[in-house]
Ligand binder design. Structure first.
Ligand SMILES: Cc1cc2nc3c(=O)[nH]c(=O)nc-3n(C[C@H](O)[C@H](O)[C@H](O)COP(=O)(O)OP(=O)(O)OC[C@H]3O[C@@H](n4cnc5c(N)ncnc54)[C@H](O)[C@@H]3O)c2cc1C
Length: 466
């Protein structure tokens, strides 16, 4: 009899296009496992809650094909060794993660298991191409997006792995902890009920979402993707981040030509860019990509009250406040809006980009470590291939352009005598102790005026003579 293979799921909660699963099935019985270890415990509030939904959905999908998802908590290596002892497993397979903490953990696990004579193998699946495959002609990692996109746009990420109809079960299943006992995202408190209808959870739902996008939206994607009130984008970041769908499935679902389809792939390539930067230059996760920025005189301490107002969507700037409330109610935010709120925080308010990055990490259900770090550094001006610091977005002119009928602002801000339900739902989501009341919580004037903020930021920037 062959020994079962442990399939260690992390951020790859799907059955289709999963190379580690295809390989594991060839060995015989498979034991899918999810471990609540330190990376899971370190998740932000909304991301932890959403991860819990994804784990539940994946467990159900496995049951439908005669398998199970075994849940354990603790140090990953110790848990895996325990499971090996209990089940007689001969191999542990996982899909690669590329952030520094996961890489260190995985190298340790691989070495220790191999020392014990256990087959320990890692597989692709998170990205279109492995970070070490994406190289300039001189063999260096890309630091600029456009040439990287040029090099990948006409290549194929290859055939997808099939979805299994069944999985061989082990002779006996090991014990599993109960997901409910983990209370993932318990800190969401009453916000969870408000956010839940917006979450599109699990592999099946992700594929339905992709199909709708490919059928109904992709043709207009390039023209409409910046319009704040329009559902013109795929929404798939939420699914990609938990691995409920693979980037290859997204890439392959749209045609090779056509403005919209090509632009969609271009956006998928931004995700690749973020992760290959994170892999080759892990400092991007915590310090300025452009080192000369380390000494920039952020005013974060002096601006504590304003930063709190920004988080609560109470800056007095309509589009910024609408976006921050969209974030709190839905757990996501339109890409254009992410750029606007990040620009106001880092430029007009001269706040350290890490403060914004951390707030997004706590509140986004599509939190992706690399895209978030790259996005914040890009907007702040200190990141790779970033917009120059002197290019300061004006939120009002941006709103005129991308929300010409103010529909987005009406959706998220209580205005007039009959505010929209979506705007009012913000007050159901936030903690009561914030003490906010519709119509009385936003200042009449922006907390930092647009002209004044812009000039102060540019002066600080020029004084440092970057
Ligand atoms: C300050 C800031 C923070 C961000 N934080 C995150 C984050 O935590 N998680 C996250 O997934 N994205 C983040 N982004 C990128 C982007 O805003 C989202 O990926 C996008 O809004 C997701 O919507 P969608 O799935 O409808 O995208 P679509 O427009 O349908 O694009 C398809 C896919 O391409 C990828 N993509 C699109 N734009 C970008 C981008 N600028 N950078 C990297 N990948 C991209 C995403 O995986 C997305 O699902 C951030 C951007 C900024 C400016």
């Amino acid at each position: 009899m062959t020994h079962p293979t442990i399939l260690w799921h992390r951020r790859d909660l799907r059955l289709s296009d999963l190379p580690m699963l295809t390989a594991a099935r060839e060995n015989g019985a498979v034991i899918p496992v999810f471990i609540r270890e330190r990376k899971v415990d370190a998740l932000g509030t909304a991301a932890a809650w959403r991860m819990g939904l994804s784990v539940a959905a994946h467990g159900k999908a496995l049951e439908e094909i005669g398998s199970r998802l075994i849940l354990r908590s603790g140090n990953a290596l110790e848990v895996l060794c325990e499971l090996i002892r209990e089940t007689g497993a001969g191999a542990v397979y996982w899909s690669r993660e590329y952030d520094p903490v996961s890489r260190e953990r995985d190298s340790e696990v691989k070495a220790a298991l191999r020392d014990e004579g256990i087959e320990a193998r890692s597989f692709p699946g998170k990205l279109l191409w492995e970070p070490w495959q994406v190289k300039t002609q001189s063999g260096e990692p890309y630091k600029v997006y456009s040439p990287m996109w040029k090099s990948m746009k006409d290549t194929s990420p290859g055939e997808e792995c099939p979805r299994p109809r069944s999985l061989n079960a082990p002779v006996s299943w090991p014990e599993s902890e109960a997901l409910g006992d983990w209370a993932l995202g318990a800190a969401m408190d009453r916000g969870a009920a408000v956010v839940k209808p917006y979450a599109v959870v699990g592999e099946k739902a992700a594929h339905a979402r992709l199909a709708t996008f490919a059928r109904e939206r992709v043709d207009d994607y390039k023209a409409a993707r910046d319009m704040l009130a329009q559902a013109a984008t795929s929404g798939l970041s939420e699914n990609l981040t938990y691995g409920e769908i693979s980037p290859r499935q997204c890439w392959n679902a749209v045609p090779d030509s056509g403005e919209g389809a090509v632009h969609f792939r271009k956006e998928l390539a931004w995700r690749e860019f973020a992760w290959q930067l994170g892999y080759h230059f892990p400092r991007i996760f915590e310090s300025e990509w452009r080192e000369e920025w380390a000494a920039f005189p952020w005013k974060s301490d002096a601006r504590a009250a304003e930063i709190w107002a920004w988080k609560k969507g109470c800056t007095g700037l309509d589009v910024v406040d609408a976006a921050m409330r969209e974030l709190y109610v839905t757990g996501t935010m339109h890409n254009r809006a992410r750029m606007l709120v990040a620009s106001y925080l880092t430029k007009h308010m001269m706040t350290d980009w890490r403060i914004g990055m951390a707030w997004f990490a706590d509140t986004l259900i599509d939190w992706d470590e690399a895209s978030n770090a790259m996005g914040w550094q890009w907007v702040a001006g200190c990141g790779p291939d970033a917009a120059p610091y002197f290019r300061v977005f004006n939120p009002e002119t941006q709103a005129d352009k991308f929300d010409p009928k103010a529909s987005y602002r009406c959706r998220w801000l209580p205005q007039g005598d009959s505010p929209s339900d979506t705007a009012l739902s913000y007050y159901e989501a936030i903690p009561r102790h914030w003490g906010l009341e519709p119509g009385q919580d936003r200042p009449a004037k922006p907390i930092v005026g647009l002209q004044e903020g812009r000039e102060a930021a540019l002066t600080a920037y020029q004084d440092r003579a970057f």
